[in-house]
Design a protein around this ligand. Structure first.
Ligand SMILES: NC(=O)c1ccc[n+]([C@@H]2O[C@H](COP(=O)([O-])OP(=O)(O)OC[C@H]3O[C@@H](n4cnc5c(N)ncnc54)[C@H](OP(=O)(O)O)[C@@H]3O)[C@@H](O)[C@H]2O)c1
Length: 287
């Protein structure tokens, strides 16, 4: 019971990797709060997570990362009802075949996978610092290596061209930039920040033809090799709870070991630029 007395928040914990992360950390004794954008899916997952972990210190709260208003409402409610936050797991994510927009007018994949978590983390950072030593765990992906040449700062909203798997790869690259820059901006004795690839996981992710034609073929061909969501959650659980990574920050991990992200992902100038632009986008949207 390494996590007794710790409060863990997991975004998108009603399904897939996030749900199994919730089960694993609840088993270790953590007080787990997970988010769900759909109340019915959230209630079903809550019952299942409590049953399988044998813990009743698990709760669900509503959050839609495609809405800055929802992120603000959620953060206020979370801060009002929890005096500490030991671990934040930025897990929720999606890939979309058709370009769509968040409530605030940002391309959906970029808005949810990167900008929403960017705002959420900033709203919760003081509580993380006050709970030191705290951790932020960012679920990225090896798909960041297929980001079509990297971020295009002249077209971050993919208005000119929209290739769903490439757009997704860019957001997972943004997750690594966010991790490195957030790690640089916070004292590691207060908060560490690390990213990970969960593996190719047989979750609901990308199942609805959301990855584009090439992505669909890869998903179908790769499916027999996919690991279970339970296995996919192991690196998130390890980064959230293991003494092995105490004080480690700004890293990228796979299978509970350090992994080298693409050369592009290691460019900290781009990380700084993305941070500044994200700040402006969030402020410009009145968030
Ligand atoms: N599956 C893989 O092979 C794989 C590989 C590498 C990385 N990843 C990453 O792993 C993470 C978890 O994915 P998964 O495989 O567990 O997929 P999943 O089963 O589809 O779960 C994704 C979770 O994100 C939530 N979500 C989606 N849009 C949201 C929004 N607007 N606001 C709040 N929550 C939202 C989903 O909620 P709903 O149930 O409401 O849709 C769900 O809880 C993602 O960040 C993904 O990029 C997955």
């Amino acid at each position: 019971m390494t996590m007794n007395g710790k409060v863990v928040l997991i975004t998108g914990g009603n399904a897939g990797v996030g749900k199994e992360t919730a089960v694993g950390l609840a088993r270790e004794g953590a007080h787990v709060v997970f988010t769900s954008r759909d109340p019915a899916r959230g209630a079903d997952a809550l019952a299942d997570i409590r049953k399988r972990s044998g813990s009743d210190t698990v709760e669900v709260m509503p959050l839609d990362l495609a809405s800055f208003a929802s992120i603000r409402t959620f953060s206020e409610a979370f801060l009002a009802s929890h005096d500490r936050l030991d671990v934040l797991v930025n897990n929720a994510g999606l890939v979309q075949q058709q370009r769509a927009l968040t409530d605030d007018g940002f391309e959906m994949t970029f808005g949810v996978n990167h900008l929403g978590h960017f705002l959420l983390t900033s709203l919760l950072l003081d509580r993380l610092c006050a709970s030191a030593p705290a951790r932020v765990v960012v679920v990225s992906s090896h798909a960041h290596k297929h980001a079509g040449g990297g971020l295009d700062f002249d077209d971050l909203q993919s208005e000119r061209a929209y290739k769903s798997f490439q757009v997704y790869g860019k957001t997972k690259l943004a997750n690594i930039y966010f991790t490195r820059e957030q790690a640089r901006r916070v004292d590691p004795s207060e908060v560490t920040v690390n990213a990970l690839h969960p593996g190719f996981v047989a979750s609901r992710f990308g199942r609805d033809g959301d990855t584009g034609r090439l992505g669909d073929v890869a998903m179908v061909l790769g499916r027999p090799f996919a690991i279970s969501p339970e296995k996919g959650a192991l690196t998130s659980i390890w980064l959230a709870s293991s003494p092995d990574v105490e004080g480690t920050t700004g890293g990228y991990f796979y299978k509970c070991k350090p992994s080298t992200p693409s050369k592009l992902a290691q460019d900290d100038e781009i990380a700084r630029r993305l941070w500044a632009v994200s700040d402006e986008l969030v402020a410009g949207a009145g968030a």
